[in-house]
Write a protein that binds this ligand. Structure first.
Ligand code: ATP
Ligand code: MG
Length: 418
């Protein structure tokens, strides 16, 4: 083979695409019922947008970004996630001037230079949402409830919802100190990245995937024990509202996110059926980001779900799309012309019609109809052309019925059989 996809990238082909459409359509319907509108953002941004928001010491910025110089010498990056681009757009287009809450969703590819493995790709697709302008935890609960509805609407089972609070600018310095104190006499057991992070951003040590670091940080103080009054009340209220909305959840005080911009609420949904790459969706609040991007202080919250981790979990249960509504088998040139015109008439009415082009024997045309899973077949020969009538065969039930050879009659018959 001369050319192949790059490592960690994949082609998405039919019939798998039907599963993608099923997820996207379910999500769109539910988004609409909560008032979320679609936005489409560029997949490339100026590199500093991601460094500034995701954080210089995060794994994403340190190791995973596709960053390069464009022909004009600017440093650009393929987006590793959606929120930073969104906030850039939110500030750039003064969306804060619209009444709160502003609710948006996006669907599209993200890029991270990770080690490819099962359920972990270098180009992967996310469906994400962002809700702006409200800091009330009722919104947090509602957004988690919406995520739960989407995932169960898609057909996912065996999920666990974990929530926590990771504090704000007010309580974080105190927590950092407590964490540093806990780590101070264990630093030698940590990887060199973590030793560097200890001074720069000790919170990132909690997200390190190196097994030795995971073990050594065991027993570290949880953030929720160090929340300021405001964050504490917020977190209590989030839990109460989740219960009001009947969203089953557990509190995971050790939940950390790989991005620096989160404040207060953070959450993750994982599946028991995905092995070590178990997170299907994750999100949280980011109340300082708009401010940091030069907009007026505006709270925000969002989540993103990973398509490639959801697809394998539901693939078996999504029905495969059926074949053409009608396959026309013409015998001879005149019949072929008639078939071409009839097919156009049916397509105009929204049906999927296919004409056999190659004038082969009836037997081989029928074989083809079976192979492409045609729902109905009609054979057009001399007699059919003369009488302007033909019999149409329902390939699922096997019965045949007579019909006139015009698009309306064919359409009615096929639609009644559906
Ligand atoms: P993980 O801990 O698995 O690396 P993450 O915390 O880096 O996930 P987020 O940045 O929160 O992931 O992205 C949200 C979701 O996007 C994840 O829950 C996951 O479903 C999906 N995702 C993230 N990275 C990848 C990847 N490399 N390949 C496929 N899906 C991914
Ligand atoms: Mg990751």
């Amino acid at each position: 083979m001369k050319y192949k996809t790059l490592k960690g990238l994949q082609d998405i082909l039919p019939p798998d695409i039907a599963v993608w459409h099923h997820i996207e359509a379910t999500a769109r319907t539910i988004f609409r019922s909560y008032g979320y509108q679609e936005i489409r953002l560029p997949i490339m941004e100026s590199t500093d947008i991601f460094i500034r928001s995701i954080g210089e010491t995060s794994d994403i910025v340190e190791k995973e970004m596709y960053t390069f110089e464009d022909r004009g010498g600017r440093s650009v990056t393929l987006r590793p996630e959606g929120t930073a681009s969104f906030v850039r757009a939110y500030v750039e287009h003064h969306l804060h001037n619209n009444p709160a809450p502003q609710k948006y969703y996006y669907m599209g590819p993200m890029f991270r230079y990770e080690r490819p493995q099962a359920f972990r790709y270098r180009q992967f697709y996310q469906i994400g949402v962002e809700a702006m302008g409200i800091d009330d935890p009722k919104l947090d609960a509602e957004i988690i409830s919406m995520l739960s509805r989407i995932l169960s609407g898609i057909g996912l089972e065996g999920l666990s919802f974990e929530v926590t609070s990771i504090g704000c600018a007010e309580c974080r310095p105190g927590y950092k100190e407590a964490l540093k104190q806990f780590l101070s006499d264990k630093l030698n057991n940590f990887c060199s990245d973590c030793q560097r992070r200890y001074e720069l951003n000790p919170l990132r040590i909690l997200d390190c995937k190196v097994p030795g670091c995971i073990e050594s940080r065991n027993g570290s103080p949880p953030v929720i024990d160090h929340l300021c009054k405001e964050c504490d009340v917020h977190f209590e209220s989030l839990q109460k509202n989740l219960s009001v909305l009947h969203v089953p959840h557990t509190i995971n005080p050790n939940l950390v996110r790989g991005l620096d911009y989160y404040t207060k609420t953070a959450f993750e949904v994982s599946s028991e059926n995905l092995g070590s790459q178990s997170a299907v969706a994750a999100g949280g609040r980011y109340d300082s980001m708009v401010d940091e991007f030069g907009g007026p202080p505006t709270p925000g919250i969002g989540f993103a779900m990973g398509m490639e981790r959801i697809i394998p979990l539901i693939k078996e249960s999504v029905p495969l799309p059926s074949g053409p509504d009608l396959f026309l088998c013409p015998l001879g040139n005149k019949a072929t012309e008639k078939a071409l015109v009839l097919a156009e008439g049916l397509r105009e009415k929204g049906l999927w019609a296919e004409v056999n082009y190659d004038g082969t024997s009836l037997r081989s045309q029928m074989r083809k109809a079976n192979r492409i899973a045609a729902q109905h077949v009609i054979v057009l020969g001399d007699e059919e052309l003369e009488t302007d009538r033909a019999s149409i065969k329902d390939m699922t039930g096997g019965q045949e019925s007579k019909t006139e050879l015009n698009p309306s009659s064919l359409f009615n018959l096929i639609r009644n059989n559906k």
